[in-house]
Design a protein around this ligand. Structure first.
Ligand SMILES: C[S@@+](CC[C@H](N)C(=O)[O-])C[C@H]1O[C@@H](n2cnc3c(N)ncnc32)[C@H](O)[C@@H]1O
Length: 249
């Protein structure tokens, strides 16, 4: 009752002023939004391997080499963040960067150190996806021209995008089927990686870079002999976990 009475006594102009001030307080600036997003999501972003310097050097190597930058196996976005930061550091921002990961807690193939399989359920869940991908979008799109996450297995991606990825811009639609960089960090069994390399071999060109992770989990030497050296890939850098190659022709 008293509240209603006081409300009547307040002039309309003051009421309007209070209303607009409250509205103003509810709007947050872009800078504040980025600060909150970063502090909420960055605790989830991490890597799970070693030798990320090989990834960084691979990104530095592709400056002026046209084509999509592709990562197979995103997990918590740690390696994707390394890739984005390296592109920024190298002033190579006019890029389409894609990451491919099915999540969904499906069986994961770790490889068995030779040709074969070792499938288990890890924890690559849709919850992990939801804690990772929104941040990667915000992080990447604030820095690069184009970032796209494909919530697909490698094989599903290959089937759907064998003719290229449609990239849209003011200039219209451009079907891009050329890759400058591929980071192989999804399934780690020989058969899957063989199929992945086969797909990208015909879609890469002179100067393109391949990076392989967890090379001790499968027979990487055989892959080198069967699919890399015969197709003009030359060893670029080697470390305990990661190996990189550059296409020389
Ligand atoms: C080793 S983790 C990737 C780690 C990440 N690249 C990093 O360094 O921080 C492997 C990822 O591959 C994904 N994965 C599993 N099967 C896949 C498939 N068939 N195609 C693409 N990605 C797959 C998993 O969901 C998981 O997120």
């Amino acid at each position: 009752m008293i509240y209603k009475f006081i409300k009547i006594l307040i002039p309309v102009s003051i009421k309007k002023y209070i209303k607009s001030s409250i509205k103003q307080l509810k709007n947050i600036s872009h800078e504040d939004y980025m600060k909150y997003t970063d502090s909420y999501y960055s605790k989830f972003i991490e890597t799970d391997s070693l030798n990320y310097e090989i990834l960084v050097n691979g990104i530095y190597k592709i400056k002026n080499i046209p084509g999509i930058v592709c990562e197979i196996g995103t997990r918590r976005g740690g390696s994707a963040k390394w890739i984005i930061d390296s592109l920024v550091e190298n002033k190579d921002l006019d890029r389409t960067f894609i990451t491919i990961d099915p999540y969904g807690n499906i069986e994961y193939n770790h490889g068995d150190g030779d040709i074969g399989t070792n499938k288990t359920i890890v924890d690559y869940t849709n919850k992990m996806r939801n804690e990772t991908i929104p941040y990667l979008y915000i992080y990447a799109l604030n820095k690069l021209k184009n970032f796209i996450f494909f919530n697909l297995e490698d094989s599903e991606f290959f089937e759907r995008y064998k003719n290229g990825i449609p990239i849209y811009s003011e200039g219209g639609k451009n079907l891009v089927n050329q890759y400058s960089f591929v980071f192989f960090d999804g399934p780690h069994d020989y058969e899957s990686i063989y199929k992945e390399v086969e797909f990208f071999n015909s879609r890469t060109h002179k100067g393109s870079v391949y990076i392989f992770d967890d090379v001790a989990n499968y027979n990487h030497r055989l892959l080198e002999n069967e699919l890399l050296f015969k197709n003009n890939w030359k060893l670029y850098e080697s470390s305990q976990r990661k190996i990189s190659y550059v296409k020389i022709n």
